[in-house]
Design a protein around this ligand. Structure first.
Ligand code: TXA
Ligand code: MG
Length: 348
């Protein structure tokens, strides 16, 4: 298949490109498009066959449901059977934006979209291209992240191209995504709202509006409520270790691991904070990528996947990543880092 990668204006998207994307979507094909979190691989959410293609192209397990993207409240109403007061508050305060709401589905939502679950995950993205594309299509759009299953999520058109060229017709490329981490998935079916996946909207921000909010942290033996959380995810090709703790000791440990890696003729990449970078330079890693300041979780979030992709592109055998403090966006960042590292994490 020939894949067209079209550069689209991220603020004032060109009408012809939106039309082209909408035509593919209406005819049951897949289109990759930017959102404020990560790029999505879109299909008509009401067309089970189109949605099936998403699973095939990504190599995604069938029991992992898809988020449905909408451009209006009326469109969301057609998918959701009933709205709790908490859900209403979320819509009012956080839509459009990086918050996905899990709510009872209506019968128009095909089973493949929810993996047979009674609830559907719905999100109104804030990226102008995403909103305009959904509106132009006139249909709700099911879209997981536009990467191959298990790989780091795509935060630029280049990342999508690397994973999906030859597999879909069109990539709408508007450059880098602003948030850089996936949306927060929140179950709001009644009772205490529960975070099924931490993401772009922090627990603290939700609590300000909703009061008590729970974090669903399934243990290894439990079945997670967001089925996607059980798979190895976001993983680069190299062997990855996350190190967190006292800054000087982290730098020291990274220095040792770089030395050990080089002794085994391995290429070692380092993802670190702005504050640690000057001290890691002279340890001579094969790649030194600055995630952002320790004090700016938003910066780290928006650069994280670019760092993981670069390590893959430059063939790093070993990746050492500096962790940051939990809380706020830090919680979502550490969630992704731990998964990318297959839970190899050192507290130093
Ligand atoms: O920011 C995002 O959320 C991006 C952009 C493209 O919108 N999308 C995204 O989709 O990250 P995906 O498929 O990579 O992750 C969706 C997550 C998975 O963990 C999945 O299990 C969960 O949402 N999910 C989807 N539908 C669900 C449902 N009905 N009930 C519970 N969890 C659900
Ligand atoms: Mg994903």
């Amino acid at each position: 298949m020939l894949t067209k990668r079209s550069y689209i204006d991220g603020i004032h998207p060109e009408a012809e490109l939106l039309k082209e994307g909408a035509e593919w979507l209406r005819s049951g094909e897949l289109v990759a498009f930017p959102t404020e979190t990560v790029y999505g691989l879109g299909a008509n959410a009401l067309d089970a066959q189109a949605c099936e293609k998403i699973f095939r192209v990504k190599g995604r397990p069938q029991d992992n449901p898809l988020i449905v993207h909408v451009s209006s409240r009326a469109m969301a109403n057609s998918l959701v059977g009933s709205w709790s007061p908490e859900a209403e508050l979320c819509v009012e305060h956080f839509w459009p934006g990086p918050l996905t709401l899990v709510l009872p589905k209506t019968s128009i939502v095909p089973d493949i979209v929810t993996a047979g679950l009674a609830n559907v995950a719905v999100r109104m993205p804030s990226h102008p291209v995403a909103l305009a594309l959904i509106e132009e299509t006139g249909l709700p759009i099911a879209a997981p992240s536009a990467n191959l299953s298990g790989k780091p999520s795509p935060t630029s058109g280049r990342h999508v191209w690397r994973d999906l060229k030859g597999k879909i017709h069109l990539i709408l490329d508007a450059g880098a995504c602003q948030v850089g981490l996936e949306s927060t998935v929140l179950e709001v079916t009644g009772g205490v709202p529960t975070i099924l996946r931490p993401g772009g909207i922090s627990k603290e921000a939700l609590e300000e509006i909703l009061g008590e909010v729970r974090m669903n942290t399934p243990t290894e033996s439990q079945v997670p409520k967001a089925p996607g959380m059980k798979y190895r995810h976001y993983a680069p090709q190299g062997e990855m270790i996350v190190m967190i703790g006292h800054q000087e000791r982290v730098i020291q440990r990274m220095g040792q691991e770089i030395y050990k890696g080089h002794a085994r003729l391995k290429r070692v990449g380092v993802l670190c904070t702005l504050e640690s970078a000057p001290f890691l330079h002279n340890r001579l890693p094969d790649l030194l990528f600055v995630l952002g300041s320790r004090a700016r979780a938003d910066e780290v979030a928006s650069n994280l996947y670019e760092g993981l992709h670069l390590c893959d592109e430059r063939g790093m055998d070993i990746i050492l990543a500096e962790g940051i403090e939990e809380g706020g966006l830090g919680t979502a960042i550490m969630n992704r880092l731990q998964k990318a590292a297959g839970h190899r994490i050192e507290y130093i």
